[in-house]
Ligand binder design. Structure first.
Ligand code: GLA
Length: 468
């Protein structure tokens, strides 16, 4: 959790902005809420000097990056820096390809705690994306200073497959705002690019759907309801919560979203399992994650575009969709309101406005140790086969039914678009009709799910911070 200036300032973020931002992070209570990483992004550097060391732009940062790092540390914050696995950064400034060891060593001397590593201007290298990121991972390790390594290659090489062995977070997406202000379709696109990837995340490495668009400039094109839905969804998928706003222009209602304590607690839940899409029909979606102690975080999300006469929808989460036996009694709490809604059996229904989300914490009235074991992706009858994140299917038949519902829609919509969604839905009905023809079902099922099941290589290689 932290702050990054890119969305709001691009390469024009100065030392004055940096000091003001650090002060505001402290005085607003955001640091206390958990936003402890103060990051710089593109534009801080100048051409290398005679010793081939990257130079900070001293006109923009008269105290140097070391001065900013010292100030941030004195206020209880950590500091992030930015570079690229190419000859230049995306804005054309000098970058780190071929200078990994020297740059990582210098950042360690400056007291840097996080490195965001981009993927621009890499044509000069014949190495794969993964190899270029491994080079910086090794340089960070050799520097001797623990630094979070944020892989930012926009999902090109499916970094979630190898991410746990290379970095602590990896962008699953394009930039959330290609222009200075994000749009609602842009938020949805990043969400969809991250759907079905929860199984690759976990303590030590997380899917990163890009920075938050809560507050300015995000608020130029997003309503307050959209910003709340965006924050709730980023919290449940356990994307690192990195504020992308100009903090001095933040409205109280936006600060309240960023500081929503019970929503942040979902993002930081100690069980460390990312949430995912568990049910979808048209614009109605249910996203869910298991929580420590056997509870669930549930987001009821209404993507309905403005339609005549329709301003809200009634959305339901059924217990079988989230790995609970239908008969159990569950306490439901609205996390933005901080209000208990009562005890329910079998399902919970809530009214959600268009482009809005309800974020809930569900807690069974009687704890059962099996409740913590559920995952928001398909289970396997043989989890020892090495499928990433595979977990043993519960014996309860109804819970297995929820898994088959998930499989029918198990293709990332960002990859196949609307046509893919239609095909997958039709495919789901077809699969339903094929009950009994198990060989054919097996082949089709493998085809649909193939891209999700990938071997993960070594366990996490960087013995550093495991929460970002
Ligand atoms: C890329 C990254 C952004 C930002 C810019 C800086 O586009 O994805 O997050 O760092 O580069 O130029």
């Amino acid at each position: 959790m932290g702050f990054n200036p890119w969305n709001a300032f691009h390469e024009f973020f100065t030392e004055k902005d940096a000091f003001e931002t650090i002060d505001y992070l402290v005085s607003s209570g955001l640091v206390e809420a958990g936003y402890t990483y103060f990051n710089l992004d593109d534009g801080w550097m100048m051409p290398r000097d005679g010793d081939s060391a990257l130079q900070p732009n001293l006109t923009m940062y008269p105290s140097g990056i070391k001065g900013i790092a010292d100030y941030a540390h004195s206020k209880g914050l950590k500091v992030g820096i930015y570079s690229s696995a190419g000859t230049n950064t995306c804005k054309g400034f000098p970058a780190s390809l071929g200078y990994e060891d020297q740059d990582a060593k210098m950042w360690a001397e400056w007291g840097v705690d996080l490195v965001k590593y981009d993927n621009c201007y890499s044509a000069a290298s014949d190495k794969s994306i993964k190899e270029r990121y491994e080079a910086m991972r090794d340089a960070i390790l050799a520097s001797g200073r623990p630094m979070v390594f944020a892989v930012c290659e926009w999902g090109l090489s499916e970094p979630w497959v190898y991410g746990q062995s290379v970095g602590h977070m990896w962008r699953t997406t394009k930039d959330i705002s290609l222009d200075i202000a994000a749009t609602w379709p842009g938020i949805l696109e990043n969400l969809d690019s991250t759907a079905r990837l929860a199984r690759y995340a976990g303590p030590g490495g997380w899917n990163d759907a890009d920075m938050l668009e809560v507050g300015p400039p995000g608020n130029a094109k997003l309503t307050l309801a959209e910003q709340r839905a965006h924050f709730a969804l980023w919290a449940v998928i356990k994307s690192p919560l990195i504020i992308g706003a100009d903090l001095k222009l933040l409205k109280p209602s936006e600060l309240k979203i960023l500081k929503a304590k019970e929503v942040i607690a979902i993002n930081q839940d100690p069980l460390g399992v990312a949430g995912d899409l568990v049910w979808k029909q048209g614009p109605e979606e249910v996203w869910a994650a298991p929580l420590q102690g056997g509870g669930r975080a549930v987001v009821l999300f209404n993507r309905q575009m403005a339609a005549e006469g329709v301003t809200s929808r009634e959305l339901t989460v059924h217990w079988h969709q989230i790995g609970y036996e239908p008969g159990i009694q569950v306490k439901v709490r609205d996390l933005y309101k901080g209000k208990d809604l009562g005890e329910f059996t079998g399902h919970f229904k809530g009214t959600v406005i268009n482009h809005g989300a309800l974020i809930l914490r569900l807690t069974p009235t009687e704890a059962h140790e099996s409740h913590e074991r559920w995952r928001p992706w398909p289970c396997s009858s043989d989890p020892s086969h090495g499928s990433q994140g595979a977990y043993a299917c519960p014996s309860n038949a109804l819970m297995q039914r929820s898994e088959s519902v998930l499989k029918q829609a198990d293709v990332p919509s960002s990859t196949y678009g609307f046509a893919g969604y239609i095909l997958t839905s039709v495919g789901g009905v077809f699969l339903g009709l094929m009950v009994g023809l198990s060989p054919l079902r097996g082949v089709l099922g493998r085809w649909v799910r193939g891209r999700q099941y990938r071997e993960l290589h070594s366990p996490h290689a960087l013995a550093l911070s495991d929460r970002v």
